[in-house]
Design a protein around this ligand. Structure first.
Ligand code: GTP
Ligand code: MG
Length: 345
């Protein structure tokens, strides 16, 4: 970790998959909170962002992630809903992401939104890993809380291991049918051409060290040049949601993927009637390791650097659109920035 921490941005990791396959539970386990318990029904109706700093990734992954081996500041996870009616939210999350986790219930295998997520990842050329979740439901499973895959495998009966392997090879076969060369992650030499499958349990935490290690490895190995961006430059982001907040009126939940946004910055946002030009009144952010969509108390910041999830308060945001671009004007011609935003609408 010799590099200037300001020169590399946090990779954005989208979590995609079929409804109920365990996306939110996996993130809950990772951030050690229980957001899914507060959700209405079982359906996630919004997307949020969760920042996990490198130190936390490293302490969860144990020997598999040594913080000193990495220059990246951590991982920024974006949860997406699996219910079939939320395809725009999934596409938005997928398009934003540097890398992705495709969550597949190890018993259910491929389902319609698994296929849809694969299409999004293929279309956007996003590198991804498959988390084969719910391994703890394998009959006769002997859970090893928070253990790496190898350790938990060694603790299972031959029968349990065999049943899990059958399910895992089923998923590998389905990936192959969809045109992806895949294997269990420890057999994958080149993660660029091959998809690694990581057996995990969001319930027991088994395999999560391995999942984090693969995500860090993928980011460091294949994303590094893209991470070396001008973090001091004018901010660029995507609107996830437009929400009314008491005392602020209409606000934007934004994932910032490039540059910096500062209080008082002039910004251009995509709106229903075309680009909106306004000025940032407040930058609000939940604490690290908490979830943007359930955090009631926000921290007020002077300035925010990519990659982050941030709530942005400004006048005239009522017509702003979810999915639209946000651009900071700073040091550039307003007309050029308006043109950029128009081109993306
Ligand atoms: P949507 O947001 O609706 O698409 O679902 P999701 O993919 O976020 O699934 P969620 O995390 O809400 O989990 C769905 C159900 O599966 C919940 O009842 C979880 O408790 C359960 N579940 C998730 N992961 C595991 C796991 O690893 N093991 C077991 N046994 N149950 C799990
Ligand atoms: Mg969910």
């Amino acid at each position: 970790a010799d590099a200037d921490p300001g020169s590399l941005r946090t990779p954005i990791v989208a979590v995609l998959g079929h409804v109920d396959h365990g996306k939110t539970s996996l993130l809950d386990k990772i951030r050690g909170s229980a957001v899914s318990e507060g959700e209405a029904g079982a359906i996630t109706q919004h997307i949020g962002a969760t920042a996990v700093p490198l130190d936390t990734v490293s302490s969860m992954a144990g020997d598999l992630v040594m913080a000193d081996d990495f220059d990246l500041p951590g991982l920024l996870f974006i949860d997406t809903p699996g219910h079939h009616s939320f395809s725009t939210l999934r596409a938005r999350g997928g398009a934003l992401a540097d890398i992705a986790v495709l969550v597949v219930d190890v018993n259910d295998g491929f389902q319609p939104q698994t296929e849809e997520a694969l299409d999004i990842l293929q279309r956007t050329g996003t590198p991804f890993v498959v988390a084969a979740n719910k391994i703890d439901t394998t009959p006769g499973w002997n859970p090893q809380p928070d253990a790496p895959v190898q350790e938990t495998y060694d603790s299972q009966s031959d029968r349990a291991r065999q049943m899990l392997d059958e399910n895992l090879y089923e998923i590998i076969g389905q990936l192959s049918d969809a045109g992806f060369s895949a294997d269990l992650y420890w057999r994958v030499q080149n993660f660029q051409g091959n998809i690694g499958v990581v057996p995990v349990s969001a319930m027991t935490g088994e395999g999560i060290p391995d999942l984090l290690a693969v995500l860090m490895g993928l980011s460091q190995r294949y994303m590094k040049t893209e991470m070396e961006i001008d973090l001091g430059g004018p901010g660029k982001g995507t609107v996830l949601e437009v929400k009314d907040e008491k005392g602020f009126g209409a606000t934007l939940d934004v994932v910032l993927y490039d540059g910096t946004v500062t209080e008082g910055d002039r910004i251009v946002v995509g709106g229903v009637e075309g680009p909106i030009v306004t000025e940032v009144r407040a930058l609000l952010r939940p604490r690290a390791l908490s979830e943007i969509r359930t955090e009631a108390e926000f921290e007020r910041l002077d300035s925010v650097q990519a990659a982050s999830g941030v709530k942005l308060a400004a006048p005239d945001l009522d017509d702003a659109m979810a999915g639209a671009p946000v651009r900071v004007v700073r040091g550039r011609h307003l007309e050029d920035v308006i043109g950029e935003v128009e081109a993306e609408l």
